[in-house]
Every structure is written in structure tokens, then in C-alpha cells.
Design a protein around this ligand. Structure first.
Ligand SMILES: NC(=O)c1ccc[n+]([C@@H]2O[C@H](COP(=O)([O-])OP(=O)(O)OC[C@H]3O[C@@H](n4cnc5c(N)ncnc54)[C@H](OP(=O)(O)O)[C@@H]3O)[C@@H](O)[C@H]2O)c1
Length: 238
């Protein structure tokens, strides 16, 4: 397939959960070029299995998104693989949670680590990959947030650290979108998904989540930028 007809995706958290499901799905088509980032590729045999069967061109890169120097090194790491190709879609999937902590009793170190992984990592990765996004006709940044980030949805006092960090990610995305109207940057709540984070009692599995996301994200235009969506692409309140 001519390079101009391929879509180039950069996805973090490819080791497991929703990030793995996205990489698996994208890698099944030769119309995609996929850079799958995770902090320990050797620790994810299923990702290595996807690498063996991929129809897409697939590069697995080691990236701990809490490591600022590692993020700065990413453009050099992917240079030879991409050559003169752009990145069309950056999907910031990696995140951690402190679970159901509270505003008056959270762990300061857990709070700082959550801000590092859930906010600063996505921000710095977008900065590092901006030259590749600028080469794209699509220029999409998908920051994966949570419904818990919404004040309007009124989830009460639960999961304080995680919710605060994802609300900060939402504001980061709004700032990205408003500073750079030539980019399409938005936040997506993937729904309550059966992963290690979502637990077995969640509403949907990761495959259904990805099918929903991929029913609209590839066609996302400027009207999406700076907004907050559920996994079906419907706007949800800040
Ligand atoms: N599942 C849900 O119900 C749900 C609901 C709302 C939002 N979300 C959001 O959806 C996204 C994916 O969640 P999930 O359910 O797939 O989570 P998960 O099953 O807990 O997986 C978390 C992923 O993030 C990666 N990660 C964590 N810290 C990292 C770091 N410092 N550097 C690089 N990768 C790191 C993990 O890598 P390792 O394997 O190396 O640990 C793993 O791949 C997250 O942004 C989450 O907040 C999930």
C-alpha cells in the first residue's frame, strides 16, 4: 500500500488492557503503521505474539512515560522506522490509579506519581512528537481520560487522585487544542472496561471499547478538537 494511504499510529501502554487491544486491532491491517510503546515489551508475551502475526508495519518501543529523558529520546528511536512518514494519531493511553482515595487523605507520593504518568507524560510526549504530527494531514492527539474527570457527571468523593489527574489531562488537552488550532486534540472516556484497572465487573470488554473508539476516531476532524467524548464519540460534560 502506498505510504500516503497508510495511517500512522503511536500508542502508549501497549502491554495490556485497552492499549494492547488497540495495538492488536490496528496491527491486523496493512493500511496501518503502528508504533506500540510500553515500558517492558519482554513482560508482554501477547504483544510479542501480535508482532509475529502483524499485517501492519509494527515497531515496539520501550517507553516508561514517567521518564522525561526517555520521552525526549523517542524521536531518535523512531527516526529510522518512520523515515519521512508522519505520525497521524498519537494515543496517550498509559495511566495509573491510586484507587478510591479521598481529597482529605491521599498519599502525596501517589498523587505526584499519578500527575507524572497521567498528565506530564502525555504532555511531554506530545511535545516530543510534535514535529512528526506537524508532518501529518490528520494531526490527531487522543488523550485517554475517564468519566471520573468530569465534574458535571458528579461522581462524588471517590477516586480523588485519579479524578484530579484526569481533569488536569482534560485541561491540558483543551490548552493543546486552543494553542494549536492546526492540531486535533481531544479527550476520550473509554467507558468502564474489563481490564486490570476496570476490573472484571466492568460494562464492556476491551475489544468492544476499541470497536467503539475506532468507529469515529479515524475520521475525527477539527470539530472534535478541545472537547470531551465518550467511547461512541458523543460529547460529555466537563
Ligand atoms: N478500564 C477502565 O474501566 C477505564 C475507565 C476509564 C478510563 N480508563 C483509562 O483508559 C486507559 C487504559 O486503561 P486500562 O484499563 O487499559 O488500564 P490497565 O489495564 O491498568 O493498564 C495500564 C496500562 O498503562 C501502562 N502504564 C502505566 N504506567 C506506565 C508508565 N509509567 N509508562 C508506560 N506505561 C505505563 C501499563 O503498563 P505496564 O503493563 O508496564 O504496567 C498498562 O499498559 C487509561 O488511561 C485509563 O485511565 C480506563
Amino acid at each position: 500500500m502506498p505510504a500516503s494511504e497508510q495511517s500512522v499510529w503511536f500508542v502508549t501502554a501497549a502491554s495490556r488492557g485497552i492499549g494492547f487491544a488497540l495495538v492488536k486491532h490496528l496491527s491486523a491491517s496493512s493500511s496501518n503503521v503502528v508504533i506500540a510503546a510500553c515500558r517492558n515489551p519482554e513482560g508482554s508475551p501477547k504483544l510479542q505474539q501480535v508482532e509475529k502475526s502483524a499485517k501492519a508495519e509494527l515497531l515496539i518501543v520501550t517507553l516508561d512515560t514517567s521518564d522525561e529523558e526517555a520521552i525526549k529520546a523517542v524521536p531518535e528511536t523512531i527516526k529510522n522506522f518512520l523515515k519521512d512518514r508522519p505520525i497521524d494519531y498519537l494515543v496517550n493511553m498509559a495511566a495509573i490509579t491510586e484507587g478510591d482515595d479521598k481529597a482529605f487523605s491521599f498519599s502525596p507520593s501517589g498523587f505526584m506519581q499519578s500527575m507524572q504518568v497521567n498528565v506530564l507524560g502525555p504532555a511531554l510526549l506530545a511535545q516530543a512528537l510534535l514535529p512528526y504530527l506537524e508532518k501529518s494531514k490528520k494531526r490527531v492527539i487522543v488523550n485517554v481520560t475517564s468519566g471520573l474527570a468530569s465534574i458535571g457527571l458528579n461522581f462524588g468523593d471517590k477516586n480523588a487522585t485519579y479524578s484530579i489527574s484526569k481533569t488536569a489531562l482534560n485541561m491540558l488537552t483543551y490548552k493543546q487544542a486552543t494553542q494549536r488550532p492546526d492540531l486535533i486534540a481531544f479527550v476520550v472516556d473509554p467507558g468502564w472496561v474489563k481490564t486490570d484497572m476496570g476490573g472484571p465487573g466492568a460494562h464492556i470488554d476491551a475489544t468492544e471499547c476499541i470497536n467503539n473508539l475506532l468507529s469515529w476516531i479515524p475520521d475525527a476532524g477539527p470539530e472534535r478538537s478541545g472537547k470531551f467524548f465518550n467511547n461512541q464519540g458523543e460529547a460529555i460534560p466537563w
